[in-house]
Ligand binder design. Sequence first.
Ligand code: BGC
Length: 455
Amino acid sequence: MHASLIAATAALGGLLFGYDTGVISGALLFLREAFQLSPFMQGVVTSIALAGAAFGAAFAGDLADRFGRRPVILATALIFVLGSIVSALAPSLTVLLIGRLLVGFGIGVSSMLSPLYLAETAPAETRGAMVSLNQLMITVGIVVSYLVGYAFASSGGWRWMLGLGALPGFVLAGGMLALPESPRWLAGHGHIADARVALKALRGSYERADEIDAELAQMQTDLAREGRVERKGAQVSVFSPSVRMPLIVGVGLAAFQQVTGINTVIYFAPTIFQAAGLSSASASILATAGVGAVNVLMTLVAIRLIDVVGRRVLLLVGMAGMAASLFALAGAFMIASGSGLVGWLTAASLTAYVAFFAIGLGPVFWLLISEIFPMAVRGRGMSMATVANWAFNLLVALTFLSIVSALGQSAAFLIYGVLTIGAFAFTWRLVPETKGRSLEDIQAAWGQGAAAPAE
Ligand code: BGC
């Protein structure tokens, strides 16, 4: 199978992620009527999937370290299909909540296992682009969910909106049956012959046998070097000193990816636009679709750049741009809203904000957490960062509307802007460059205490 087809299949996990986090805002309008939901229960229906995702991510790493990446992704795709069908057919609110919890669980697991699998199967030189395909699929999933929401809005078809998520789940399950296990996981568990077969399946079409042997030999040497750590600590804990720095970077970036406010836009864009004076529903929808499209396009730009200019540059430029756009947004809301001009000014700064997120913090966070942990704890380390990401996602989703009603839109975006400056300082100080280096080499650099950028 061709490498890009393999990557595209594995990245379908991202499509599930994007589709199901985006679809609920459209479906909610109809669920509200169908189940007579109070505002509180609307919050519960929306956020139960986020809580399920945090829960799923907590288990995913350990399961994937033990049983391998492939069977866990496969099982998750099936859980996802089940959750989508249960949600679509739900005869009562309780069943709907169970369905959404299952879907959330599936999103949580695949949000970390798709990048992990992609990182472990990609060659070092193109790893950034391959792993970021997952983020591209997330952004495509969000746009598709907006379109599906729009298409079924007139018929009130919330069951279709929720049920259609089963489709990519089916394709992912089928695709994973055809894909090999991660050769790094196999080699790390002593299955060298199987690792060679897997590597051949991944690289076969364009690499010679001796190149495959060389890559495998390098992988084994590196894993053996890393294995010293494994034996010394008997079982390496995610809290052991050698894992401390990657954990601080991973969890720190996870928190910053969310507390800088991206999902206030992804989940509430139409509300924000209406508050800014784009009163007609069609102007709001147009602006929201524009934001979704910019998110996709700028992620494509990031994919082109990520293995060339590196991760740090994209993160730092992206964060600087996000902070500037957030301050512009806060300023736009400070000018008395209501006029069309302010509305479009808001739309422009919001779009710039999403563009800067898409070029940096969006793809680079998921990429870095798939790169910075040692093999022995990669699954568990990524799990912790991913749980933190979903937990902060939930926190922002639950608090945004209250912050706005207590302090106003302007103050809310000011807070996210200040937090983005914190994210910039954190990245500047602690995030290493990982471009073009093997996963094992990145690990060795942490061992030597290299938290600073190293090329
Ligand atoms: C984030 C999501 C966000 C999405 C937007 C992802 O990297 O983890 O929370 O909704 O990007 O594109």
